[in-house]
Ligand binder design. Sequence first.
Ligand code: ZN
Length: 66
Amino acid sequence: MKKYCRECGKVLHPDEEGLSVKLLGHDITEYFCIDCLARKMGTTADRLRELIERYRDAGCQLFTPK
Ligand SMILES: [Zn+2]
């Protein structure tokens, strides 16, 4: 099932979905795209992309494998 950004309505990439869960918790029902998440967390989209790569490299199941 497709998920959409709660904030801007953009269709989410699975990595963005994973990042929402990672940053906001497993119980969330609302997901955010990387730009809105960055704004929410007071950081930049680039830093979040780095974070995704770090989690992916660590083998985190929330992110699609390379
Ligand atoms: Zn958004």
